[in-house]
Design a protein around this ligand. Structure first.
Ligand SMILES: Nc1ncnc2c1ncn2[C@@H]1O[C@H](COP(=O)(O)OP(=O)(O)O)[C@@H](O)[C@H]1O
Ligand SMILES: [Mg+2]
Length: 225
């Protein structure tokens, strides 16, 4: 579905103005991301980081402007195409982990493979190992620490080889030391998989793990480094 010769993300003059709000959240925002990059988006609370991730994840449509992921124009695809795009081409990581409470760690990891009718066997075992969670395969999310839950969520987001991984404040619920461990693992897995990641965070420490850091201010992105 996605084109391999296009940038993974292309936003041009992207605007999002929620009806009833005085000011737009995103205003003529430009962003191009090449495959294999780990991008962090900094910005204070309310600056529009989650809004931008929702647009990139085809969960909302912009008011105007160009919004493409892997050359696919997300402003023009149908709801069925949005669902297929999210299932096959995206991985999501949330602040609150969002694991399925009724499924054990192995089953949580296997979920994207099942939804995409991909072979599970080897993938799940090797992913458990790369996450350092071989001893937790049969545990349920409420039997894991926050850091362990987020490691499972990271594994789940990457396991089906999505073109783009979206992480919204992934370490917002973790202490500083656990955050560093989780982000170091995340960065290593991203590099091994050559995944593209857009991570929203208000933490400078978290942003330090990224290849490219941008800041969202006044509805636009500026380079930090
Ligand atoms: N569905 C919505 N309707 C109206 N306003 C919204 C909606 N979602 C978010 N906003 C507003 O958009 C702004 C940006 O929110 P958000 O993207 O969640 O910021 P961040 O993730 O950077 O904290 C905030 O002012 C918020 O109140
Ligand atoms: Mg947010």
């Amino acid at each position: 579905m996605l084109k391999t010769d296009a940038p993974i993300v292309r936003c041009e003059r992207l605007c999002l103005h929620y009806p009833g709000n005085l000011a737009p959240v995103l205003s003529n925002l430009n962003l191009v991301i090449e495959p294999g990059t780990f991008v962090a988006i900094l910005g204070r609370s309310g600056s529009g980081k989650s809004t931008l991730l929702h647009l990139l994840g085809a969960m909302d449509k912009p008011s105007s402007g160009i919004l493409e992921v892997g050359g696919v124009d997300l402003t023009r695809i149908s709801e069925a195409e949005q669902t297929a795009f999210r299932r096959r081409s995206l991985g999501f990581i949330f602040q609150s982990y969002n694991l399925m409470p009724m499924l054990d760690v192995r089953q949580n990891l296997a979920l994207p493979l099942e939804l995409n009718r991909m072979d599970k066997g080897r993938h799940v075992e090797s992913r458990l190992e790369s996450l350092g969670l071989t001893h937790c395969g049969h545990r349920y999310p409420d039997q894991l620490s926050g850091g362990e839950q987020q490691r499972v969520a990271i594994g789940r987001a990457l396991i089906h080889g999505p073109a783009l991984v979206l992480a919204d404040e992934p370490t917002g619920n973790l202490d500083l030391e656990t955050s560093s461990t989780v982000l170091a693992l995340f960065r290593d897995l991203i590099r091994a998989n050559r995944s593209t990641v857009v991570m929203a965070t208000h933490s400078l420490e978290a942003a330090g793990f990224a290849d490219r850091v941008l800041k969202l201010v006044g509805g636009q992105l500026t380079a930090v480094h």
